[in-house]
Design a protein around this ligand. Structure first.
Ligand SMILES: *[C@@H]1O[C@H](CO)[C@@H](O)[C@H](O)[C@H]1NC(C)=O
Ligand SMILES: *[C@@H]1O[C@H](CO)[C@@H](O)[C@H](O)[C@H]1NC(C)=O
Ligand SMILES: *[C@@H]1O[C@H](CO)[C@@H](O)[C@H](O)[C@H]1NC(C)=O
Length: 819
């Protein structure tokens, strides 16, 4: 116990200096020079934004200080950890020195800037021409306690109204009167000027009462039109995906039409803005697409647009920043001012990049409209990373998190944590018709390897050799022209294939297999399994689900230790603390054998046994219901109908009766606790557990009870029998876990695979990850059920009458049935 003392005191000194540096940085932050291309992750609290390099420094310091905190926490670990500590300390000292040098340079740069600014300021105050457009001649900065920020804002605009042309556009000319007019009429920081009409701020205006009904639409032409003429590989990909699935969407739409009550849904104006396709990132992204870059996001964007469109909403698609600015009515300039008109959309689906673009274009309007945003966020954002101040204090700051939206506004690719909404995608097979042409081939059993780029194959040779001894291995790896392949020579590479050709390859593999087996015994081609081999990367993409949907088996490596922000470059900086225990945890946990096998890649015995077992198993195509068109329509319908983040009420659904309270073991998250009990964690029920009586009901005796801001609370700490309650409702987290705490978990039952229990439950949609946030939902739900009952009866009687009178049956969709 002697040795760790010195590193620890070193820790303290370094921690202190890090804090000092951070304090300095915060003081020195100045508005950015290039607001448009800022990385995503800037929160509303500093909408002027920090300078990039300074922000990078701060992030670096943040991560260093969280490393130090971790060190401090781990100091009770056995002595074997000491060399690590010494090593980390050395790296830390080195980093520290580098940082100091960079800091000095930055500070010098900043002081020069300040000098320049100070020299320019006096000239920038033209007091003379202060009267035009009905402004008073002279204005005083009011001293009104209701507008405490007014004086500061006036000061700020006096110094920097020229920094953005939008101020001049809104009539600011540097005079106090014009500034006060702007701050009272366009923003809400100052009281209205005498003699001027106070216009209602756009975000306080009620949306114009368009009461059009959302009616299922299955003719996709307007959708294609709004997506543009298909320029660029991304747009082409999305359009061809929707075309390929159009028949399934139509089928699903028709079946939804029968099940959703008429007149229940208002036609919403929805904007889709995939930020990843816009601006600088967009260009880079489209370039990588042609070299085997990630398609997962585009798959999801295509399916989300199709689902929203089928449900009958008015969809607008923006794939460039310029179009976004014109659609939302941004003021000219660099985006520091509010938008010109009330936001013309009820919902905006975007991603983290798009969120940054929106913030950089809307000024103050951003905060007022952010409850209408939905963020497609493949990997999820846990509550601990979501609130800037909290994240900064606790070492959870990341380049992506900190936007402070409701955790449920983030929509994920897979159900990672119930703290976010699970959006998903469709894994049904695109197109059909090649089954015939593929039956001619006949060869050995074959497997297709999942990995489009060569770097994914590094270090996997041993694993592939073991599989290659049992099956013929095929690859679809991008091959730059003129370069020799770096793949092992027992792999036959087909080059990068479009999505449908990859599926064709998988299907062809299946057909070959069926011939061979067919000769051994009579065997239905439908029943034959085929292998899709995961290499460990990419993580959690759509391809394995599509392979399983074709009737292939997915074989993937287990990660021991699990991959996470701590040990994987990919997850580092992502706002999640998940421990990813295999390449595709959803496939492992929710699909599993016989469709998905997870093996230790380095254990050749295990790999060989798994491959042989898979070759003996016969597997039918399988699609979890939540990944069918119908499942996705139900989910999107439920989200659009029930999720409401613009009000301020406590969640009242699901009712307290659904609560099944559990006490977790030390170190377990509520996600794990509930899953172990075959339940699901329900963040909307947390507030029922956030009271002293909850501990008593779970049989716990508290020596002390405290209330704190901490995403791990409510929790119980057995050392000292401390009971802790949550102070900030936004930090209720299913995902949070810590070895010192037993968490109080609000679990509830769910329908596996999103299967509705009975037809009558459908108006609420899928039950698995959904919760309407409005207090009136239960009442509304019963009204809806009644209405639906009425509608069905009515339909029956009309059908009966038509039959009796020998009339052609009236279409149930007609105006006839509307209220
Ligand atoms: C203020 O509003 C009134 C009535 O709405 C209008 O007649 C008047 O012209 C407005 N004054 C200014 C300065 O806009
Ligand atoms: C859809 O919304 C846009 C603007 O939000 C509007 O201009 C257009 O007319 C709407 N289309 C339909 C068919 O309602
Ligand atoms: C390898 O896998 C086999 C079969 O699953 C198992 O019995 C064996 O213990 C494993 N070996 C190692 C070193 O993990």
């Amino acid at each position: 116990m002697r040795a760790p003392l010195r590193p620890r005191s070193g820790c303290l000194v370094l921690c202190l200096s890090v804090s000092l540096l951070m304090l300095l940085l915060q003081v020195m932050w100045v508005p950015p020079e290039t607001a448009r291309d800022a990385p995503p992750g800037r929160g509303p609290s500093d909408r002027e934004g920090p300078r990039h390099s300074v922000r990078r420094l701060a992030l670096r310091l943040d991560s260093l200080s969280s490393q130090m905190q971790r060190l401090a926490r781990e100091r009770e670990e056995p002595p074997s950890a000491q060399p690590d500590i010494v090593h980390i300390l050395q790296t830390f000292r080195q980093e520290h020195r580098n940082l100091q040098q960079t800091m000095e340079k930055e500070l010098l740069h900043m002081s020069q800037k300040l000098d320049q600014l100070l020299q320019r300021t006096p000239a920038a105050l033209p007091h003379e021409h202060a009267s035009h457009g009905g402004l008073p001649r002279a204005c005083e900065v009011p001293n009104n306690p209701e507008f405490a920020l007014c004086a500061g804002k006036v000061e700020f605009l006096r110094a920097s109204w020229r920094s953005d042309a939008c101020y001049a556009f809104y009539g600011v000319d540097g005079s106090t009167c014009s500034i006060l007019a702007y701050l009272s009429e366009r923003e809400d920081f100052c009281p209205p000027l005498p003699g001027r009409n106070r216009t209602t701020l756009p975000w306080h205006q009620q949306p114009s009462g368009h009461k059009e009904e959302a009616v299922i639409q299955t003719d996709f032409r307007p959708l294609y039109e709004s997506m543009g003429s298909g320029q660029g590989p991304a747009a082409r990909f999305m359009r061809s995906r929707i075309e390929g699935l159009a028949a399934r969407w139509r089928e699903a739409g028709e079946s939804m039409r029968l099940r959703i009550p008429h007149g229940a849904a208002r036609r919403l104006r929805v904007l889709l803005y995939p930020g990843i396709l816009a601006g600088g990132t967009g260009q880079r992204f489209e370039e990588t697409l042609e070299r085997g870059g990630p398609l997962g996001e585009l798959v999801q964007w295509a399916d989300v647009s199709a689902a929203i469109f089928v449900l009958g909403h008015n969809l607008t698609f923006a794939a460039s920043q310029t179009r976004l600015l014109s659609l939302i009515g941004a003021a000219p300039g660099r985006g520091s001012c509010p938008i010109l008109r009330p936001l013309p959309f009820d919902l905006i689906y975007t991603d983290y990049h798009g969120l940054a673009h929106l913030q950089g274009a809307m000024g103050l309007s951003f905060q007022h409209y952010q409850c209408r945003f939905r963020i497609l966020d493949s990997f999820g954002t846990e509550p601990a990373f979501n609130i800037r101040e909290y994240a900064r204090r606790r070492g959870y700051s990341t380049a992506w998190g900190s936007w402070g939206l409701q955790p449920l506004q983030y929509m994920t690719m897979f159900p990672h944590t119930p703290d976010n909404s699970f959006m998903g995608f469709v894994s049904e097979v695109v197109g059909s018709g090649w089954e015939v042409s593929t039956k001619e081939h006949r060869k050995e059993d074959m497997a297709v390897v999942y990995g489009k780029q060569e770097y994914m194959w590094q270090g996997k040779k041993g694993y592939l050799e073991v599989i290659g001894r049992e099956l013929e291995l095929h690859a679809t790896v991008f091959q730059p022209p003129g370069r020799p392949s770096a793949l092992p020579d027992f792999i036959s590479n087909h080059g990068l294939l479009p999505q449908d050709r990859l599926q064709q390859l998988l299907l062809r593999a299946k057909a070959r297999r069926s011939r061979r087996r067919g000769s051994a015994r009579e065997c239905d081609a439908e029943l034959i399994s085929q292998l899709f081999v995961g290499l460990g990367f990419p993580y959690e993409g759509p391809a394995p689900l599509e392979a399983v949907a074709l009737g292939c088996v997915f074989l993937q490596p287990r990660f021991q230790p699990p991959h996470s922000a701590e040990n994987s470059n990919f997850y580092q900086g992502k706002p999640t603390s998940r421990q990813v225990h295999s390449q595709h945890p959803y496939a492992e946990d929710f699909i599993g054998k016989p469709y998905v096998w997870t093996v230790d890649m380095d254990n050749s015995t295990e790999v060989r046994e798994a491959v042989r077992a898979i070759m003996r198993t016969e597997v039918k195509p399988f699609i979890p219901r939540e990944f069918t068109c119908e499942g996705m329509l139900e989910r999107v319908y439920a989200y659009i109908t029930h999720q409401e983040f613009c009000g301020a009420s406590l969640p009242a659904w699901p009712p307290e009766g659904a609560l099944s309270a559990r006490l977790g073991a030390l170190g377990q998250s509520c996600v794990a606790v509930c899953r172990r009990a075959s339940l699901v964690c329900e963040p909307a029920l947390f507030h029922h557990l956030n009271q002293p009586a909850a501990f008593k009901r779970l049989g716990l005796v508290c020596a002390s009870t405290e209330r704190e801001v901490d995403h791990l609370f409510p929790s119980y700490n057995p050392w000292g029998r401390r009971c802790s309650l949550q102070e900030d409702q936004r930090l209720f987290s299913c995902a949070g876990a810590h070895p010192s705490y037993s968490r109080l978990c609000p679990c509830r039952a769910y329908q596996p695979g999103q299967e509705p229990r009975s037809d009558s439950e459908l108006p609420e949609g899928p039950r698995r990850f959904l919760r309407p946030a409005c207090p009136l939902c239960r009442a509304r739900r019963s009204v809806k059920l009644l209405r639906r009952e009425w509608f069905l009866n009515r339909r029956r009687s009309v059908a009966a009458r038509a039959l009796a009178e020998n009339l052609p049956r009236v279409k149930h969709k007609g105006a006839h049935y509307r209220r």
